[in-house]
Design a protein around this ligand. Structure first.
Ligand SMILES: CC(C)(COP(=O)(O)OP(=O)(O)OC[C@H]1O[C@@H](n2cnc3c(N)ncnc32)[C@H](O)[C@@H]1OP(=O)(O)O)[C@@H](O)C(=O)NCCC(=O)NCCS
Length: 177
């Protein structure tokens, strides 16, 4: 989807107006309103918000955290080439949602691309990006971008960091041309 909307991404701060934010999942609406700031302050999850230029109103958000996957969670083919380690380093996109007024305008995609690009720019090793879709619709959304089930746990999806880097690189060279 090539989005017509113009948004910037910023780390959540007190300058942002979250009060009107509503998405289809009440737990994800509540998280932004009640818990995102607290989780920022306690270094549990970094929250990034999408805002329209020259405004403070939050139109969407995502959170990212360092994470680890147990080696035993992976299928044999997902362990290929990995040295024996109990825990595999990963990044987690813990939450991602856009305001209901922005439905179908490409903001979900912009949020996911910004999260992936940000994770690819971190100078720390991680094998994969993990997401835990809240329901089947969210799972179908992530699947469009190459996320596939991790191990036997059908709910949890992952994207190898190598694939994410390629996708981000392709998007950057596409937007530069
Ligand atoms: C999932 C969510 C982020 C999608 O955001 P959106 O802004 O409506 O989606 P976009 O307009 O960016 O769509 C991007 C592409 O994904 C597709 N898409 C969107 N929702 C989809 C879904 N549920 N299943 C499959 N594809 C989906 C769109 O058709 C579009 O594809 P196209 O390029 O071929 O047109 C949004 O529905 C949302 O915030 N839901 C509530 C919270 C939630 O479920 N978050 C998921 C994380 S747990």
């Amino acid at each position: 989807m090539s989005s017509e909307i113009e948004v910037g991404f910023e780390r959540l701060s007190t300058r942002h107006d979250r009060s009107a934010f509503v998405c289809e999942q009440s737990s994800l609406t509540d998280y932004l309103l009640k818990f995102a700031g607290q989780n920022e302050r306690s270094d549990i999850a970094a929250c990034f918000v999408a805002i329209a230029p020259n405004t403070a109103r939050v139109l969407g958000y995502y959170t990212i955290s360092a994470h680890a996957v147990l080696e035993s969670e992976l299928l044999p083919e997902q362990k290929k080439g990995l040295p024996a380690h109990d825990r595999i380093p990963a990044f987690l996109i813990g939450r991602l949602a856009r305001d209901i007024t922005m439905k179908g305008k490409g903001l979900g995609e912009l949020l996911l691309i910004d999260a992936m690009a940000r994770l690819c720019s971190i100078e720390a090793a991680a094998r994969m990006i993990i997401v835990d879709p809240i329901d089947g619709n969210a799972g179908a959304f992530y699947a469009r971008y190459g996320f596939t089930p991790l191990g036997q746990a059908t709910a949890r999806l992952y994207l190898p960091m190598k694939v994410a880097r390629k996708a981000v690189g392709a998007m950057r060279s596409g937007s530069a041309s």
